[in-house]
Design a protein around this ligand. Sequence first.
Ligand code: AMP
Length: 504
Amino acid sequence: MTLFTDLNLSQPLLDALAAEGYAAPTPIQTQAIPHVLAGKDLLGIAQTGTGKTAAFALPMLQRLAANPANRKPMTCRALILSPTRELATQISESFRSYGRNLKLSVLTVFGGVGHVPQAKALRAGVDILVATPGRLLDHMREDNIRFDHVEIFVLDEADQMLDMGFIHDIRKVVARLPRKRQSLFFSATMPGEIGKLAGDLLHEPERVQVTPVATTVELIRQRVEFMYPAEKNAALAEALRSPEMTRSLVFTRTKHGADKVVRFLEREGIAAAAIHGNKSQNQRERALSMFKSGDIRVLVATDIAARGIDIDAVSHVVNYHLPNIPESYVHRIGRTARAGASGVAISFCDNEERAYLRDIEKLIRRPIDAEDRRGKIVANSADIAAPESTDLTRGELRRQQGPRPQHKAGGRPGNKPANKPGQRPQHAKGGKPGGHHGHGKPAQGHGKPHAGRPGGGKPHRGQGGGGNGNGGGNRPMMPTEPYRPRGDGDLGSMPMMRPVRLPE
Ligand code: AMP
């Protein structure tokens, strides 16, 4: 096994790594660090979660520190471009933490925050500048910064830059860089346009590649739950009440959808925050720090906001909406398998999303185990989501589920008063919404059987019968046994899982 001491890193960096608690380099670090230390250009195919930030930050810090230069006004020695503010912040934090024993300055520049303090800091000059393209161009136009002293240039998450329409901005920045420089280029995927950009930017690069996009997913226990759109809220609340879901990242397709989910969860007494492009920088930072500190266990995010966010110990990723871009699925679920940890990904799939699911399965080259829960999730009265597709309407769903259960009054988290006639039912103490477990009725007893659907007649474990009236019949969302992939990488060994293929 390679150790950090085998990589010719200087003592101040080794000390910082020891303080971080990193035992050994990750594969991308082992491969990339020697090339970057040697001053070579690098093309890195790696996604976040592989340790790629340290793979470039460590050797860059070493090279910059080995050749101290007086700080000149309006210049930087290293420029790192990142697609999102969150990723820029994380990269800066990594540089600061790995470079804690060195005397190099780090500045982060992105939009959504005050312009003037950034302009002032840029004019003073900085060693390492981490920026998002838009705001950097503003500063460039205002002559707050020049790039003629850049020694090392890094383009991180290049494919995301392309998706976000930053390619032209990047080319404008690159046009101002000195020809003699070291360039490092990282991307999780290599679509044609990104390959061309890499070809234009890099000079005789070394190429390193780790965990192609389709294989990181092997660490993650994945399941799909088929349901009607109107059932998603209740299913989410039910899932989040599981004690196993210690830190969950919930993905929605739209910003509006993220806000709606947060409002619903708050009504359910589940503290959550949303993070997306319409939130101010302060709101985003606050949401992230509450999530990191454990003040909230649920963060609801859109793809772009969550891309590159580095949060340790995310236990579950929930795809409230399946992404329409299959690669986003891999990026999303990768949040729960940081630096080799394993995690769980649950995807709620309605009828209209089944085409997305097929694309995802094609990309990851395996079927995802699925369970058909359509019509089986007892929605929690008014909290039920408005249907978002042509699947069952709210009324149809209610009719299918039959009369709502009458619960004992009081005792629900949040302690709402007992019901008066005509009011929404309250749940018995400790009971989950949709807690028909306590009534001893089989789940299927409420609705019409789904003719011809595999598994449609069997109650799910823990659902239906066996309720004890105190809501204790919680069906574990995920198997409690540790997951051991079979030698052939087949996920079919997951307990309780059975592939379900719905009729087209
Ligand atoms: P990244 O891919 O750069 O976003 O890194 C993902 C996570 O892995 C971050 O939380 C890093 O702090 C962590 N990490 C990076 N390198 C190592 C390492 N060698 N050992 C353990 N954790 C690491």
